[in-house]
Design a binder for this molecule. Sequence first.
Ligand code: NDP
Length: 385
Amino acid sequence: MKTVTILGATGSVGTSTLDLVERAPQDFRVLALTANCDVAGLAAAAIRTRAALAVVADETCLPALRDALSGTGTVANGGAHAVSDAAAMGADWTMGAIVGCAGLAPTMAAVAQGGIVVLANKEPLVSAGDLILAGARASGATLLPADSEHNAIFQCLDAARPQGVRRIILTASGGPFRDWSREAMRSVTPAQAVAHPNWSMGAKISVDSATLMNKGLELIEAARLFPIAHDRIEIVIHPQSVIHSLVDHIDGSMLAQLGPSDMRVPIAHCLAWPARMATPMAPIDLVAIGRLDFEAPDAVRFPALRLARQALEAGGARPAILNAANEVAVAAFLAGRIGFLEIAAIVADTLDRYDPPAPETLDAVLGVDAEARVYADACVKDCVI
Ligand code: NDP
């Protein structure tokens, strides 16, 4: 039986993880569940799974959590430090599914404990990938990628023989505005942007998928996780989201991983790894799908792709600034303060205005992240609609 901790248990990835864990109570015991402030969702999950600990990052929500859990046997705690403490409890298997760089410190805490740490939360890898990998080397933790593209590559790539790999190809659905002109994208609303054609996800990653910043973040994530040169990681638009990514080898063989557009597939791969476990989804029906389409991404209509590749190539603090500015801009867009096209413009402006030296410690990364948010906030104020 594996002990399991889920960071971000009330979100889209968190609830998918809980669904799988709850289907196999003989295999998993829940140690800790965390959320930001969704007390009802967190308490219900903690009670169902008999979790030892439930934590809200927002300390103002702790009294409500204490009330909801009183008499249940689950301990309640609150505050950002308490989320990291929960991550450090030493679970055999930890899911990192917090959204944004708020997941960085808890991810580092989980990695420092060893065990299996599953990374859905991509922003910490973008901002501090080297530190997370170094932490895993030091503690002996095993990092597994739950992001569907990286999980697909993980399944197709023989990491011990990278010299046999010609290219990694990340697939992208293209999002809801794949065919839209820049002019049409000018008036996109938050409701349109979060309505992803293939995947049901949290609001932030849905907007990232619509700007294609998600694919830019995934490009950086892939460069961190796999021993392949940056210029051999490519992106192709594949609107059906059936192939989740591919590895092309020097002998001409291309391996792909296919599956339903449901995060429970890559999460199950990580939960059972190196074995396999059953999931409740119907198998994909190739005949019903009929055809698979591919097209080149358009970095003119979707400048986030170019910004992310430039940040990856420049290295240093650039990826952390890109990520922080994007988090600020997406939040402003979701709050109706800026237009859709301003998201990438604010990221570009922030990268122009702020160019600190490379951060080499966790505190330094958090410092760059905080300062980049100040610059990005100023850019938001400049273009409030
Ligand atoms: P959601 O917005 O659905 O869930 C986010 C989770 O993080 C919630 O549990 C939320 O708690 C918690 N949270 C939010 N802010 C904080 C904070 N400041 N401190 C601690 N916890 C916080 O996100 P998703 O599940 O969609 O995405 C999670 C991560 O996984 C993201 O990094 C995303 O890019 C990545 N990912 C997601 C995929 C998907 O299909 N959704 C696919 C691949 C990767 P509360 O509910 O209380 O707000």
